[in-house]
Design a protein around this ligand. Structure first.
Ligand code: NAD
Ligand code: UGA
Length: 479
């Protein structure tokens, strides 16, 4: 079976970049990305490709190349469904905020709505691909809805989880470590559908990197991969706290253990805590699934990854308060970075949000600079927590356009995102503009601490003992 028309429901961080790359690499396939969010689709269609709604290095060039040729963004969901032989479902699957499983389970209402819409509209056989991250056995529910509410057409359900990371999405899509496709391996129709999707990816991905499995393994592999990655970050963050008490340096530890080929060097960067739309959501979902099978030890094991991550964010804020003589009330704290990692404008679950919230509890004034995040997003993130009134947030939090401006007259600077430009700041000029003693809290381990200490800063870095000019030679133990 040769695929000629693809529809992708959901024009978000996954749907947009993934379909752009498929369109780029498969010019013979028409790819239509649809969404109910009219504003988002309008932005994808903006004449100036720099205004597309998602910032990812390399993405705008691909959109420029393929848009209008074989890549289309539209709000006409029914039409795109009807025309396609293969439909990716790439809608959001957030943590449930109500009812059974509140705060833990994935909310599958958007997925179910897609299934019902496909069933209502489709008049020809379709391959339905789960691109969203879903609990294991969701394919069964999808199949049930499609078969029971459809027009008698045949559906094959595949699982094809996405492993891209934001900030490197295009690189990850161009050279994926693997493509995973799960399907009904026991039936002829299932194998044919899987082969059709394999053929799409084979246009640019070496065949040996395209893995086919049964559908449940594929669904659960995605949750497992995210859990393992997040667990590494929480593990190194747990060690970072021990480092601060013992004079060991967490960077040196990461290097030392990362050179063990069994451990490997990636995802060992200690930080103020992992953020992003998926790690927490997917682990909570995994914990919920384990609990629902009565596997309490499995659930507790993975829950600890989240507990450690919350602790890391909280203790970063608490350290700022403690270091600034136990009060930040009315003091100005400059935040460098708001996004959950560099090279993205995504702020979902960003550590900065929670650190800011803890500091607002202490009545701090916060001035934020992030090269890609807009002020309205920063205010919306804080308002969504519902812990402080909108008035208080607007009174206490300011958003500015340069790092230097953020740091002016500040008592302390906190690095929340590892944007490259923060490394190259004129730190002497920053120091001159700040109140003294001038404190820097590096939540990302990116600054040249020796240099900063020489300038006169008192520096506090995740996973290292506090340094100032006096303590540089012999690091004193943090307590
Ligand atoms: P997103 O919120 O950026 O995008 C989802 C889009 O789906 C939204 O624009 C929304 O309007 C649209 N949508 C929802 N219901 C719809 C419907 N019925 N019809 C049409 N459009 C609809 O989400 P995302 O970050 O792209 O994530 C999507 C899925 O991919 C999630 O399951 C997530 O866990 C998974 N995932 C995300 C990433 C990532 O880096 N963000 C990576 C891998 C996997
Ligand atoms: C992550 C996974 O890396 C992707 O494979 C997966 O597809 C995606 O989740 C998803 O399912 O959404 P993403 O969240 O975009 O990707 O970004 P990561 O690079 O994984 O970073 C996640 C968080 O961990 C960031 O806040 C980052 O700063 C932090 N992190 C990462 C560390 O603190 N230390 C590290 O060593 C690595």
């Amino acid at each position: 079976m040769k695929i000629k028309n693809i529809c992708c429901i959901g024009a978000g961080y996954v749907g947009g970049p993934t379909m752009a790359v498929i369109a780029q690499k498969c010019p013979e396939i028409n790819v239509t990305v649809v969404d109910i969010n009219e504003k988002r689709i309008a932005a994808w269609n903006d004449e100036d490709v720099e205004n597309i709604p998602i910032y990812e290095p390399g993405l705008s060039a691909i959109v420029k190349e393929a848009r209008g040729r074989n890549l289309f963004f539209s709000t006409e969901v029914d039409k795109a469904i009807d025309e396609a032989e293969l439909i990716f479902i790439s809608v959001n699957t957030p943590t449930k905020t109500y009812g059974i499983g509140k705060g833990m389970a994935a909310d599958l209402k958007y997925i179910e709505l897609c299934a019902r819409q496909i069933a209502r509209v489709a008049t020809t056989d379709k391959i339905i691909v789960e691109k969203s991250t879903l609990p294991v056995r969701t394919a069964e529910a999808l199949k049930n809805i499609l078969d029971n509410t459809g027009n008698g057409v045949n559906y094959q359900i595949l699982s094809n989880p996405e492993f891209l990371a934001e900030g490197t999405a295009i690189e990850d899509l161009h050279k994926p470590d693997r493509i995973l496709i799960g399907g009904d391996v026991d039936s002829e129709e299932g194998r044919k559908a899987m082969q059709a999707l394999v053929d799409v990816y084979a246009s640019w991905v070496p065949k040996e990197q395209i893995l086919t499995t049964n559908v449940w393994s594929s669904e659960l592999s995605k949750l497992t991969a995210n859990a393992f990655l997040a667990q590494r970050v929480s593990s190194i963050n747990a060690m970072s706290e021990l480092c601060e008490h013992t004079g060991a340096d967490v960077n040196e530890i990461s290097k030392a253990i990362g050179m063990d080929s069994r451990i490997g060097p990636k995802f060992l960067k200690s930080s103020v805590g992992f953020g992003g739309s998926c790690f927490q959501k997917d682990i909570l979902n995994l914990v919920y699934i384990a609990k629902s099978y009565g596997l309490n030890e499995v659930a507790d094991y993975w829950e600890q990854v989240i507990i450690m991550n919350d602790h890391q964010k909280r203790r970063f804020a608490a350290n700022i308060v403690k270091t600034l003589y136990n009060t930040v009330s009315g003091k100005k704290i400059a935040f460098l970075g708001w996004a959950f990692k560099k090279d993205t404008n995504d702020t979902r679950e960003a550590a900065a949000i929670y650190v800011a919230d803890h500091l607002l509890n202490e009545q701090a004034d916060i001035v934020v600079y992030d090269p890609k995040v807009k002020a309205e997003q920063i205010y919306a993130d804080l308002e969504a927590l519902e812990t402080h009134s909108s008035d208080e947030i607007h009174r206490r939090v300011k958003v500015v356009n340069t790092a230097q401006e953020a740091c002016k007259d500040a008592h302390a600077v906190a690095v929340l995102t590892e944007w490259d430009e923060f490394k190259g700041l004129d730190w002497k000029a920053v120091y001159d503009d700040m109140l003294k003693p001038a404190f820097v809290f590096d939540g990302r381990n990116i600054l040249d601490i020796q240099k900063l200490s020489q300038i006169g800063f008192v520096t506090s870095v995740i996973g290292q003992a506090v340094k100032s000019k006096k303590t540089m030679k012999e690091p004193s133990m943090a307590n």
